[in-house]
Design a protein around this ligand. Structure first.
Ligand code: SAH
Length: 355
């Protein structure tokens, strides 16, 4: 059995599946899913992420969240949470950087929201000293002040894809052509969730919606609005996405998303406007969407890099300089990745981000 067999059997029995159903099966199928069966990160894996590039990333995120906590009167207890912590690297760097913030660690309850049993085991290895609790969903977060980070989490949530046809929409689906997975289209139908996209699209344009993001944002934003705290959401995408952004990566190379299901990472760009609007409807304020490079420079990444560089020479120095460039330069991750902050409307916006 393989995921391809499973998908083929499912499509034969029930007909074509949505792009979201396909993504969900590929990423999280209990037996064959991409995240459920492997650690995809790093040089040996399929892709790398900001926290895996340099410790500076998690450190600066940690200090920004600790500053939010101090600005809001150091509430105790509070939840420190991460969505999709991968190897636990960001959280380990965050926790090391905040050791010196008086009372922060004593007041925190560490919660990790992770779907992959394999990555939970890796996180347990990295973070056991802080007694984390693993949760299946954001809805299970405690009802108390919440400081949260999500790095490259929302891009892994399944999206549906629609193509405009008059004032209606045809959904892209995955079926079988001659026994092979192939894209097709459902008949056009009205889609009330896409009414706002009738203004900025034309006949034949493709738009994506991520139904899975709204309940997560609702759970986070309602806690922040009620009890205080902040969330930093980092991902690639824009304020509003247009076009097909479904992407497969395998061994650091783009791949065909329908080839070898379950063996490649599948992502879609994050539609930050949708996240901000669901935060707002749950009573939470949101910051301007800020490029990662600008955010990290404002938090002082260059000073931090200088301090780390002081004792280094040769290859370690070169790789620190390369990591700084990779995280911040507009031609690298600096512009492609964006940060959205969520915070209580009565509090100051998180450091490095404008209201
Ligand atoms: N934040 C890490 C890992 C990013 S990869 C980093 O930046 O390095 C995406 C992470 O989200 C993985 O840990 C994956 O297992 C997790 N994940 C993906 N979909 C999820 C879901 N629906 N619920 C919980 N975790 C999920």
């Amino acid at each position: 059995m393989s995921l391809l067999h499973h998908l083929t059997a499912r499509i034969r029995a029930d007909g074509p599946v949505s792009v979201a159903d396909y993504m969900r099966e590929c990423l999280l199928h209990p037996q064959f899913g991409y995240y459920t069966t492997r650690d995809p990160l790093g040089a040996q894996g399929d892709f790398t992420t900001a926290p895996e590039i340099s410790q500076m990333y998690g450190e600066l995120i940690g200090l920004a969240l600790a500053q939010c906590w101090l600005d809001q009167g150091a509430p105790a207890p509070f939840t420190l949470a991460e969505l999709g912590p991968g190897r636990g690297t960001l959280m380990a760097d965050l926790l090391r950087a905040t050791r010196g913030v008086p009372g922060f660690h004593a007041a925190m309850q560490l919660c990790l929201i992770e779907a992959s049993p394999k990555l939970r085991r890796t996180q347990a290895g990295t973070l056991h000293a802080y007694a984390p609790e693993w949760l299946d969903t954001a809805e299970a977060l405690p009802d108390q002040p919440l400081l949260l980070v999500a790095n490259e989490f929302f891009d892994a949530l399944p999206v549906r894809q629609f193509i405009r046809s008059g004032d209606q929409w045809s959904e892209k689906r995955i079926g079988l052509t001659g026994g092979t997975l192939a894209f097709g289209l459902s008949p056009a139908a009205p889609q009330p969730a896409l009414d706002h996209r009738l203004q900025d699209t034309q006949e034949g344009d493709l738009v994506e919606i991520c139904d899975a993001a709204a309940p997560v944002i609702q759970a986070i934003a309602s806690r922040i609005a009620t009890h205080g705290g902040a969330a930093l959401i980092a991902d690639y995408g824009d304020w509003r996405a247009l076009g097909d952004t479904l992407q497969a990566l395998r061994a650091h190379q783009p791949a065909d998303p329908l080839q070898a299901p379950g063996e490649a990472d599948l992502t879609a760009h994050v539609d930050f406007e949708a996240l901000a609007m669901s935060a707002k409807s749950n009573g939470c304020a949101f910051t301007r969407l800020t490029p990662q490079g600008v955010f990290l420079e404002r938090l002082g990444i260059t000073d931090r890099a200088r301090a780390l560089a002081a004792p280094l020479q040769g290859e370690p120095l070169e790789s620190l300089i390369a990591a700084h460039r990779r995280l911040t330069h507009p031609d690298e991750m600096g512009n492609l990745f964006k940060i959205l902050g969520l915070y209580p409307s009565t509090a100051a916006s998180p450091p490095g981000l404008n209201p």
